[in-house]
Write a protein of this length. Structure first.
Lengths: 419, 233
């Protein structure tokens, strides 16, 4: 092993490699490409994962939106096509009776899903906007980015305060440019509301956009006379809970409560974000795994190509090897030199590939920065880099054994005879 | 220095066996300058290869500097070659991507000698063959005679017991041949044992002893009056 670290060994190897530049270049292309792909794919997969992470960071991903529809099956003396109207009390039932539920937030809205958007007036300016009646906890479902002021709080709910949080577009359209809307009053449905906050659009909102107004759920109830009725509810499960099971159980519970046929699929509508998110996570996982397999396979192919070319060059270098042996090179020295050449070429190609791969990822990152595309900070973990290097060294050695053995099997006399 | 007794060697050519050496007896003492002559197919190169440990005899004994050369492993053979023998080939056999000094230093590299000493020795022997100024030229930049002189320097660099030259002048014109022989004579004058395989009469007569090989046996073995190459240059 000692000879690996001696300067002379490397001088011999560098000498050989330097004198055969074209051959060397062609030899390393395979591994270079393999590592480039490996790093590129891993980084891209990681970038997408990061991108999705950031996109869903502000979102309770393990959640369901659930609303009432019309029954599809006649049951318990009722006809089909009966409207199901969810009530506030349902949210308590679900929160108390379904296991794994973190919280349930009832929601009401005007101007969404059909129905006219209420008229909102500030002085001489007026416009129609969607109005949501919400509990503060809705902030946990889809985090609001507040630019000014605050979001709804529990006291607003308790006192049914006439306050509101408006979107950026509302601010832009109803107020002057240099005006601060916080503290001012606007008229919604002919009732004055004080503006307490302005929110910015985030990339995971579902309906709000930047042209909506949030008011306390309790206030909404009075202003729009909704009584105990709710538009829909958001059910959030604890992160480790099976959200699909929660959806099932919730629907069962509601079916009993509203006397709906157990097999009625139409009575309740639901959008399961946990399930969708799971699919995305699964997709990213699959992408990473594919990238790993493809990368390793390409490295493998590249290393085999190196072995192949070394095998050919050993044949080309028969005479040189013969001379070396006539001059007293021991078989192990010849073998070692060829193997080291193989490993060295593999490593150089690999490091080159990693560098270029890293740079491409950086470029890609810069390129996608401004775009609305879930791709952030593509990196390859150190473990994968280590894995790639280990694969290269091990395969480089193994593949080098073949040409090395071929080289030693050349008898010096045969080598010298060749003209 | 070299004792060879009843040496036999045959090559298998397909189903036929070609008996090349049929009982060679040869005794070469230290400081001798011997040429082995013979027509092609007489077995002279085979004999040299066996003496050079590049090939192995089927039968008979070969003792080099009191070391019996028999059933050597590849590794052992490599060590002995490096320690005992210096090779000079007809086609020079320099490594074409190494410069003159690197070529000369190569056997020293395999002896495990340090870089510094290798370099010094290489330059010393290049100087000895009059090529100190060409130390950093590639073989392709040298003439045939110069290449052979580099090869001689390389053969000498490991300070071997015996120099083995296989048709050292075969690829050179007469004038250059004599120059090369002049070098070899000078080295022999310093006491080095040299064995030359040649088929040229004039070259053979520049050695001190001629061994004639014919059909695998020694036909004639005589000491001759050495013709000094320098007289012809």
């Amino acid at each position: 092993m000692k000879f690996i670290f001696t300067r002379d060994t490397w001088q011999e190897i560098f000498g050989t490699i330097r004198k055969n530049k074209l051959r060397t270049a062609i030899t390393i292309i395979g591994v270079f490409w393999g590592i480039l792909l490996f790093v590129g794919l891993q980084g891209a997969a990681k970038g997408m994962e990061n991108g999705f992470d950031v996109t869903f960071k502000d979102l309770a991903t393990n959640s369901i939106f659930l609303w009432g529809q019309q029954t599809g099956i006649p049951y318990g003396g009722y006809n089909r096509n009966r409207n199901i109207q969810l009530e506030i009390s349902d949210t308590y039932r679900i929160a108390n009776q379904i296991e794994g539920v973190q919280f349930v937030a009832p929601r009401n809205a005007r101007g969404l899903f059909g129905g006219a958007a209420p008229l909102v007036v500030n002085d001489m300016k007026s416009e129609n906007y969607k109005v949501f009646g919400d509990y503060p906890i809705i902030d946990n479902v889809s985090k609001k980015k507040l630019r000014k002021g605050r979001f709804l709080n529990q006291k607003d709910i308790k006192d049914s305060r006439k306050i509101c949080v408006i979107g950026e577009r509302v601010e832009r359209e109803l107020f002057e440019k240099d005006e601060n809307p916080v503290g001012q009053y606007i008229k919604i449905n002919n009732v004055y509301f004080q503006v307490v906050g302005v929110y910015k659009r985030n990339n995971t909102d579902f309906f709000e956009g930047d042209d909506s107004i949030f008011i306390p759920f309790t206030t909404f109830k009075k202003v729009f006379n909704t009584g105990n009725r709710i538009g829909w509810m958001v059910i959030a499960g604890y992160p480790e809970e099976d959200i699909v099971a929660i959806e099932e159980k919730t629907k069962e519970l509601l079916k009993r409560r509203y006397t709906v046929h157990p097999n009625d699929e139409r009575a309740f509508g639901a959008a399961n974000f946990g399930e969708m998110f799971g699919k995305i996570t699964g997709f990213v996982k699959g992408l990473k795994f594919t990238a790993l397999i493809v990368g390793i396979a390409t490295i493998l192919a590249g290393v085999i190509a190196i072995g192949n070319i070394l095998l050919i060059t050993v044949k080309e270098r028969t005479k040189e090897i013969g001379i070396r042996r006539a001059l007293g090179a021991k078989p192990n020295e010849i073998r070692g030199q060829i193997i080291l050449e193989s490993v060295f070429l593999t490593l150089v190609a690999g490091l080159l590939g990693m560098t270029v791969g890293g740079l491409s990822l950086k470029l890609l990152n810069n390129f996608t920065k401004g775009l609305d595309f879930p791709f952030i900070n593509p990196t390859v973990s150190l473990e994968y880099i280590g894995l790639a290097i280990a694969i290269m060294v091990i395969l480089g050695t193994l593949i080098g054994l073949i040409p090395a053995q071929r080289a030693v099997s050349i008898r010096p006399i045969e080598a010298l005879r060749e003209e | 220095m070299i004792q060879i007794k009843e040496l036999h060697k045959s090559y298998r050519m397909g189903s036929n066996s070609l008996h090349v050496l049929k009982g060679i007896n040869l005794d070469i003492k230290e400081g001798e300058f011997v040429s082995i002559m013979g027509s092609s197919g007489s077995g002279k190169s085979t004999l040299l290869n066996i003496i050079g440990m590049l090939d192995e005899a089927d039968k008979g004994s070969y003792v080099l500097d009191n070391v019996p050369i028999k059933n050597l492993s590849e590794k052992k053979a490599a060590i002995y070659r490096n320690k005992f023998l210096g090779f000079i080939f007809q086609s020079f056999n320099l490594i074409n991507y190494k410069d003159a000094a690197e070529n000369v230093a190569l056997p020293l590299y395999y002896q495990g000698i340090s870089r510094k000493i290798r370099k010094e020795k290489a330059l010393y022997y290049l100087e000895k063959v009059g090529l100190a100024d060409w130390a950093h030229h590639l073989p392709s930049e040298l003439s045939g005679g110069q290449k052979q002189r580099v090869a001689i320097a390389r053969a000498l660099a490991s300070e071997p017991k015996v120099l083995l030259a296989d048709e050292p002048t075969g690829a050179l014109d007469t004038k250059t041949s004599y120059e090369v022989m002049d070098f070899l004579q000078g080295i022999n004058d310093e006491g080095k044992t040299i064995l030359v395989v040649t088929h040229e009469e004039d070259i053979a007569h520049m050695t001190k002893r001629i061994v004639m090989l014919k059909d695998g046996v020694i036909e004639q073995d005589k000491f001759v009056e050495q013709v000094r190459a320098s007289e012809h240059v």
